[in-house]
Design a protein around this ligand. Structure first.
Ligand SMILES: NC(=O)C1=CN([C@@H]2O[C@H](COP(=O)(O)OP(=O)(O)OC[C@H]3O[C@@H](n4cnc5c(N)ncnc54)[C@H](OP(=O)(O)O)[C@@H]3O)[C@@H](O)[C@H]2O)C=CC1
Ligand SMILES: CC(C)(CO)C(=O)C(=O)O
Length: 340
């Protein structure tokens, strides 16, 4: 069968590799991926994958592997879909700028398979003629020393971030077209009409459990048995629900209970906790910063989330400094600020 779609995936980590493998498995696309740090290794030997959905695979490779987004665009390929599965770290790299070489105005559909909130906004300004899709993934998958370990099944919900300049019909059709190249009998990828609702629903987990586990260095089970869940994370969840309500999004009455029980039986480490453990920067701004901005605009009190955010800003500072993204002088500068 000749491939119908040109697809580029940027960021082949825990989530991206499984998404790429799923698209390859369906077989409707000519699939290219951008691999940064591990480019040479992956180009030579492919990926080893240990997946609850697909089993053990050795040496998997897509059709094309590129070291940069620029290289993926060098041959002039016009991509139908560009899927972004990097971490979303606007305080380091703006993803809307990262993808630019691979985006054809009016043609390429951009899929943001990332955690976070209000991710579509910077794309509408830069790509007014392109459809921007939201992919919310409920997977547990991490890259450990070059092997992808997928321990939780791939369930994803695809919607469109509603662009002010495109018709709903076109955006919905593109969302469904993306599902058609990715959904297969091993995964669970479905259409969900309301991106904003689902992003708030996901934040009840990510803004509260990812953050407190990242701060304290435990998994969600240990968070529960230490008392941190009830003392910090659940009050934080109530604040997310309150912001959603003030923003016109009614989450179900049992949402907190459902979120807490979603990890039952697992000593599960949310992705932000894994990032801190690996010494990588965290998605603080898109998971918590954007939410607190909206809370401020709507006048909703968020005392717990605000403290968690400010503590994590310190953690982010440390992570960035360790990666050479912040350089401080040897001698500590003295400021003349007066504190009371
Ligand atoms: N992991 C999980 O279980 C879940 C994750 N998510 C979300 O999915 C998204 C992806 O997370 P995850 O897969 O865990 O992240 P990983 O850190 O495992 O993977 C991100 C990948 O993106 C690559 N990357 C980053 N910047 C660039 C760049 N400029 N060019 C090319 N490649 C780049 C990284 O490469 P390099 O090695 O070079 O840094 C890395 O391979 C995040 O938004 C996360 O919150 C959602 C649900 C669950
Ligand atoms: C909720 C979860 C665990 C995905 O299922 C996640 O989004 C993460 O680890 O960041």
């Amino acid at each position: 069968m000749s491939a119908k779609y040109n697809v580029l995936l940027i960021g082949a980590g825990g989530v991206g590799t499984i998404v790429a493998f799923g698209i390859d498995y369906v077989g409707k696309s000519s699939l290219s991926i951008v691999v940064r740090r591990d480019y040479t290794k992956v180009k030579d030997a492919g990926y080893n994958i240990d997946s609850v959905d697909y089993g053990k695979i050795e040496g998997w490779k897509p059709d094309n592997i590129y070291p940069t987004v620029e290289a993926s665009a060098a041959k002039g390929t016009e991509y139908d879909f560009v899927i972004i599965t990097t971490k979303n770290l606007p305080d380091i790299v703006k993803v809307e700028e990262l993808v630019e070489p691979a985006v054809t105005p009016g043609k390429t559909t951009i899929v943001l398979m990332q955690n976070g909130f209000d991710l579509g906004r910077p794309f509408f300004a830069k790509y007014p003629k392109n459809v921007i899709l939201s992919g919310v993934s409920h997977i547990g998958s991490h890259n450990s020393n070059g092997t992808i370990h997928q321990t939780q099944k791939d369930k994803s919900l695809v919607s469109y971030f509603e662009s002010p300049s495109l018709s709903k019909e076109l955006q919905e059709a593109k969302a469904k077209e993306f599902i058609a190249i990715y959904a297969n009998e091993k995964n669970n990828c479905t259409y969900f009409a309301d991106a904003k609702w689902y992003r708030y629903r996901k934040l009840v987990y990510n803004a509260t459990l990812n953050t407190t586990c990242a701060l304290t260095g435990v998994d969600t089970g240990r968070l529960e048995f230490s008392g941190g869940l009830e003392a910090v994370s659940i009050p934080a969840m109530r604040e997310v629900v309150a912001v959603a309500k003030a923003d016109g999004v009614e989450l179900p009455d049992d949402v907190i209970n459902a979120v807490v029980h979603s990890d039952d039986g697992d000593w599960f480490e949310p992705s932000m906790r894994v990032d801190v453990k690996k010494g990588n920067p965290i998605e603080l701004e898109v998971i918590l910063g954007n939410l607190l901005k909206v809370a401020g605009e709507l006048g909703v009190e968020t005392p717990v989330l605000t403290v968690v955010y400010n503590l994590l800003k310190v953690v982010q500072f440390r992570l960035k400094e360790n990666q050479g993204l912040i350089n401080l002088p040897k001698e500590r500068p003295i400021t003349d600020k007066v504190y009371k």
